[in-house]
Ligand binder design. Structure first.
Ligand code: F6R
Length: 600
């Protein structure tokens, strides 16, 4: 969360910083700010709320005030302190000579604050970041040069930090620091950048240099010098930036989320054509699997876990990363740990995987970002190849995760010889039908929209399902609550009568997810009848028209129970999307959320 950017070159720093921040906005939108370092003037512009508020300020500013060829920028997702102007970055030293942007968390900031206050420093924000500015300033006041001051100060910091720093007296220089938070350097024509994510560099930089933890980069227009925190020089070759600017374009859709939902058949087709692209032979001997993930990625894990149990006869445990970290585990050398993270930057998942590695477990990571931090903790990596997902709500990365997990379970089942070759080829055939089935759902988009519109004004909704369909219901409820702010909860359908049924009345619709092939189909349908008997409106998502008198039916293409979560996902995503759209929500950037959750 939070995104940082920096620019030094021959053109307008303000324009480059704002362009870059636009592509980082998915990382947070509580406030935005830039600092421009022009000959002898260090100017800071900030605005609470979305980036657009900052853009408006810059637009109305006299041009001479925004002229600069060096600067830093920030987009905030609040951790320490309210999302207001005071706490917005960049933060500056009291004399106005130094400005700094930060992504991450300084764990010892309270001690540093105390120490700096005792030294006479006055704090104007509640952020942990302000302590870093004062630390560097103290070094400068003690006579250190810019680079040494940064080096001395960052050695005193505990926690995670990616920093961009400018100093009024040295406008030909931008300093970047990285430890446990993502940061890359972009190289253009007579200009260089820093950014939290490649997305901010698309269409700007031709090459990139990946910074490693514990490194400081001193960046000039035509020169990049990287050292470690001890000052030892590091040599690293730039890589070509492979992605194009089109990969983060809405392509005519009203929202990125809708575009990304529509990309799913193509992504699945490509994944099926490419295969897993890792050697699973060495994984054959594991009989214990732990899957660790958060949010939507956790739902993908829950959907796939029964297949690893059934096809590979493995003992499988699925755990939210934030819980795994604090629970006694029996992870050991006999365990295959699978970490799933779309962004590859989720702090909870990364911490859990670090812990798993210490227990000598084999770690396999599924991520959409092979350039992300998580891959450092992996023995093997499977990429989702879903393209950059801009919408904060995960859609295409979820179905790509499901598909990859199914491919992995099938590969292990084959290696372990627990399924016959006929069974395996039958399952592969079923997977190959999925893209067409999702296309059929997308073709019925208008029907789903009309159903969704009817449910947009209810204050809450319950999702129910059993067995393999339960993770679909959980994911459907998550999608609805995060983009529409309607309180949605998922329940195992059989649990309804043990408590949640007390909530049901004519104001509490129930969305039920069913698969005709599942042994629980009839039982779940009975639970739907029970909901109807309490006057709850019932919407059925099923691949068979059910008997009974329900309010709405979203008919899905017929699917086997194992792979039904893929088709169910597409329909439930559209349902949530159209409800949120009907309510006029900011679908791609829901309140309080960020795409990369880099704090625990
Ligand atoms: C929901 C959503 C989040 C993420 C979760 C984990 O739409 O996007 O629940 O799934 O924050 O993120 P990753 O997969 O990047 O680790």
């Amino acid at each position: 969360m939070c995104g940082i950017i920096g620019y030094i070159g021959e053109s307008s720093a303000a324009e480059n910083l704002l362009d870059g921040l636009k592509n980082l906005e998915y990382r947070g939108y509580d406030s935005a700010g830039i600092a421009l370092n022009d000959n002898n003037r260090l100017k800071i512009f900030k605005a609470a709320g979305k980036l657009n508020n900052l853009c408006q300020i810059i637009r109305t500013e006299p041009r001479e005030n925004t002229v600069a060829e060096c600067g830093i920028g920030h987009i905030r997702w609040a951790t320490h302190g309210l999302p207001n102007l005071e706490n917005a970055h960049p933060h500056r030293s009291a004399d106005g000579n130094l400005a700094l942007v930060h992504n991450g968390i300084i764990e010892n900031y309270l001690e540093l604050r105390k120490e700096l206050s005792a030294d006479g420093y006055h704090f104007t924000s509640q952020t942990d970041t302000e302590a870093i500015v004062h630390l560097i300033d103290r070094e400068l006041k003690n006579g250190a040069g810019f680079e040494d001051a940064v080096q001395n100060a960052v050695r005193l910091l505990d926690g995670a930090f990616a920093l961009g720093i400018v100093y009024r007296q040295e406008p030909d220089k931008l300093i970047a620091v990285k430890k446990n938070a993502p940061l890359i350097i972009g190289i253009g024509q007579h200009e260089n950048f820093i950014a939290s994510d490649i997305a901010a560099l698309l269409g700007k930089a031709e090459k990139i240099v990946r910074m490693e933890d514990g490194e400081i980069a001193v960046i000039r227009r035509g020169e990049i010098k990287i050292t470690d925190f001890a000052g030892k020089q590091v040599m690293r070759q730039p890589e070509l930036l492979q992605l194009s600017a089109e990969s983060i374009d809405k392509g005519g859709y009203k929202h990125f989320m809708l575009k990304e939902i529509h990309e799913q058949p193509g992504i699945i087709r490509a994944l099926l054509a490419d295969g897993l692209q890792i050697d699973t032979g060495s994984l054959r001997d594991f009989n214990r699997i732990e899957i660790i993930a958060c949010g939507t990625s956790l739902h993908a894990a829950l959907a796939a876990a029964p297949l690893f149990e059934d096809w590979c006869r493995c003992e499988v445990s699925v755990q939210p990363a934030s819980e795994y970290i604090y629970k006694k585990q029996r992870t050991g050398a006999d365990t295959l740990v699978i970490g799933i993270s779309q962004s590859g930057e989720t702090a909870d998942t990364i911490t859990a995987l670090k812990q798993a590695q210490k227990s000598n477990a084999q770690v396999l990571v599924l991520t959409n970002r092979p350039d992300s931090s998580i891959v450092r903790y992996a023995d093997k990596v499977i990429t989702l190849q879903a393209g950059i997902e801009v919408s904060v709500a995960a859609t295409k990365s979820y179905t790509a995760q499901l598909l990859r997990l199914y491919q992995l379970a099938l590969a292990l089942a084959k290696d372990k010889n627990f399924l016959s070759s006929e069974e395996i080829s039958g399952l592969h055939n079923a997977l190959r039908q999925i893209p067409v089935k999702i296309e059929e759902i997308l073709a019925e988009e208008e029907k789903i929209k009309n159903v969704a519109k009817k449910y947009a004004r209810f204050p809450a909704m319950a999702y129910i399902a059993r067995g393999q369909q339960l993770p679909s219901a959980m994911e459907g409820a998550l999608k609805l609550k995060e983009i529409s702010y309607i309180n949605a909860c998922a329940y195992a359908a059989g649990e309804l009568k043990h408590g949640p049924i007390a909530l049901l009345d004519a104001n509490m619709p129930v969305a039920a997810v069913l698969c005709r092939q599942a042994p629980t189909y009839a039982k779940t349908l009975s639970n739907c009848e029970e909901a109807k008997a309490r006057k709850a409106p019932v919407i059925i998502f099923s691949d068979q028209i059910p008997q009974g008198n329900f309010d709405d039916i979203v008919l899905l293409p017929q699917n086997c129970e194992e792979f039904a979560p893929l088709t169910e996902a597409a329909a439930l995503q559209l349902f949530a999307y159209f409800i949120a759209d009907e309510l006029g929500r900011e679908i791609d950037q829901p309140r309080n959320l960020a795409k990369s959750v880099t704090v625990e």
